[in-house]
Design a protein around this ligand. Structure first.
Ligand code: PLP
Length: 587
């Protein structure tokens, strides 16, 4: 396709998109196709010669569209919302055209800086504490856009695992990491999303499920009991995942209680607020965030309810060092100069968050190493030793007591005890590197060209997702976003009232936010039949959940286009099908 054709066809595509979204109500939300339908319609191999755009697009209309579930439809009530919006589509269009990869500042300066800015805006919009933001160069906290909530959970678990293994190795230097791994245990509620279990599987750690209370909420006392009994067995609790807005019933774990237990036992607390996170843009829902300052990481999906199209998961961490340690690799092609004013989301050196403030320069205090040049940089929470040496070799830091190290610049007073900040003391000091290191620590100098790098995620390459997020935040503004969230909740309340007014139905768990979990009174089989028939008719689409043996239909208000009439229409559809089923069963 040449640019002349692109100009014409892309404009047609914009019209197609607008027509699709504006008329989406008219489409059957759930397709009537059977598995394998597309294989029968499309050729087995790619074409040998170029095909005309119109021919290609004809197939979209004839073969692809009939096989889609229309997630933007007001009659889509399955899962959680996966909303898009015009500013988000514009962001996606532009970012796919630019196709910049934002792993380092050098690879895309505006891309990485915009991500930091947009994540700070978003963090403030949710009312997150300052420790999660990255507004000051020396802040170890910050936000990063991950692909999915599942990935954010995994990243958090792996970072916590690294932290725990490092601490255990210090206490048991003779024991192999693989053996220590066998002692680690993490926790989540029995209502947590399956992605939490998956993170445990990938991380090769035991997971214990805490029984939630009658409101499907994980409570501190149950967690405490489990941890205490596991500790007695010699296990080491290292990570807890709390859910704000569970998938089954939008229940909320008690963050403050859980946070206090985590603090007591030194476990990392991750908060998975995949769906509900968007609601915290409205102050009236922030009571569920009480205790969030005790968390180590927090993630939610703007790609669910915030109208930023998939994929976009906002993740904040209090101390990004834990991520960097976990994903630390450092090939030469990714190195570049960074003044310390910007984040490299994939790689970078520690200057990115360490305020450069030399205390003094010292020489020759590393036993066994000839003529190293060492610079000590003081920082609020970190001390950084820059060390240059002509050759990689091993040595011992042994002479820190004599002066300026204790001059009060390090507020945590840890200089004396061989643990400047309690985290980077892995005994490895890379030549040419900056690393926190303690008096008396063994150091090992590796390849002088090897710098410690900062990593915030699993993949190297990353899309310019900040653009669509920034567009949405600006184009809707805080007031527009809050209006959207409140309207979704209002419509769910309307549906809830309709269900409660009908004696044949019940809502076993109180509704929270935009999701109503309802059922026909009586055997689960009735509700199962109801849902099956509703989905087969394809006018509306929903999925089930089951908590504590009770089968329910999840009715989520997803679309930003949903009206009162849509809710009434869906309720009428549900009543019609329910009547048929009750007639079938009871006559
Ligand atoms: N956590 C919760 C509570 C969810 O409800 C979901 C999905 O709905 C996820 C995690 C997984 O989200 P993702 O698809 O972004 O991995």
């Amino acid at each position: 396709m040449e640019h002349t054709e692109f100009r014409v066809k892309a404009k047609e595509m914009v019209d197609y998109i607008a027509d699709y979204l504006e008329n989406i109500r008219d489409r059957r939300v759930y397709p009537s196709v059977q598995p394998g339908y597309l294989h029968k319609l499309l050729p087995k191999e790619a074409p040998q010669t170029p095909e005309k755009w119109d021919e290609i697009f004809k197939d979209v209309d004839e073969h692809i569209m009939p096989g889609l579930v229309h997630w933007q439809s007001p009659h889509m009530h399955a899962y959680f919302p996966a909303l898009t919006s015009y500013p988000s589509i514009m962001g996606e269009m532009l970012s796919s055209a630019l196709n910049v990869l934002c792993f380092t500042w050098a690879s895309s300066p505006a891309g990485t800086e915009l991500e930091t800015i947009a994540m700070n805006w978003l963090g403030k919009l949710l009312g997150l504490p300052d420790c999660f933001l990255n507004e000051k160069n020396d802040s170890p906290g910050g936000g990063v856009i991950q692909t999915t909530a599942s990935e954010a959970t995994l990243v958090s678990l792996l970072a916590a695992r690294t932290r725990a293994l490092m601490e255990l190795s210090k206490l048991n230097p003779e024991v192999q990491s693989a053996e220590l791994l066998g002692h680690l245990i993490c926790y989540c509620s029995d209502q947590a999303h399956s992605s939490v279990e998956k993170a445990g599987l990938i991380g090769l750690v035991r997971m214990r499920y805490i029984e939630s209370d009658e409101h499907q909420s994980m409570r501190g006392d149950q967690l405490e009991k489990a941890i205490a009994s596991d500790k007695e067995k010699g296990l080491v609790p290292f990570w807890v995942c709390a859910t704000l807005g569970t998938t089954g019933s939008v229940a909320f774990d008690n963050l403050r209680e859980i946070g206090q237990v985590c603090e007591k036992h030194g476990a990392w607390l991750h908060v998975d607020a995949a769906y509900a996170g968007s609601a915290f843009t409205c102050p009236e829902y922030r009571h569920w965030l009480d205790g969030v300052e005790l968390a180590d990481s927090f993630a939610f999906n703007p790609s669910k309810w915030l109208m930023v199209n998939f994929d976009c998961t906002a993740m904040w961490v209090k101390d990004s060092t834990a991520l960097h340690r976990t994903f630390n690799v450092n090939p030469i092609y990714l190195r570049h100069e960074n003044s310390g004013k910007a984040i490299d989301y994939m790689v970078g050196d520690k200057q990115t968050y360490i305020k450069k403030k030399p205390l003094r320069k010292i020489n020759n205090n590393i036993k066994g190493i000839e003529n190293p040049t060492i610079t000590i940089n003081g920082h609020k929470n970190h001390t950084v030793i820059e060390l240059e040496t002509p050759n990689p070799q091993n040595g011992i830091i042994d002479d820190y007591q004599n002066g300026d190290y204790h001059n009060g610049d390090n507020e945590n007073g840890d200089y004396e005890n061989g643990d400047y900040n309690g985290d980077d003391d892995d005994g490895t000091l890379h030549g040419y590197n900056k690393i926190s290191q303690g008096c008396g620590d063994q150091i090992q100098l590796e390849d002088p060209n090897k710098k410690e790098m900062l990593h915030w995620q699993i993949p190297l390459s990353r899309r310019f997702r900040a653009l669509k997020l920034w567009f949405v935040l600006r184009n809707y503004g805080v007031s527009g976003i809050q209006k959207h969230i409140r309207e979704g909740v209002r419509l769910a309340q309307k549906f809830e009232a309709l269900v409660l007014a009908d004696q044949r139905f019940e809502i076993p768990q109180p509704r929270n936010l935009g999701m109503v979990a309802f059922r026909l009174k009586g055997d689960n089989a009735l509700t199962e039949r109801l849902l099956k028939r509703l989905n087969a008719r394809g006018y509306m689409h929903a999925v089930p959940a089951c908590f504590k043996g009770i089968y329910v239909i999840r009715f989520t208000v997803t679309s930003s286009r949903t009206t009162n009439q849509d809710i009434l229409d869906d309720w009428n559809e549900i009543k019609t099908v329910a009547k048929e089923i009750l007639m079938d069963v009871f006559g």
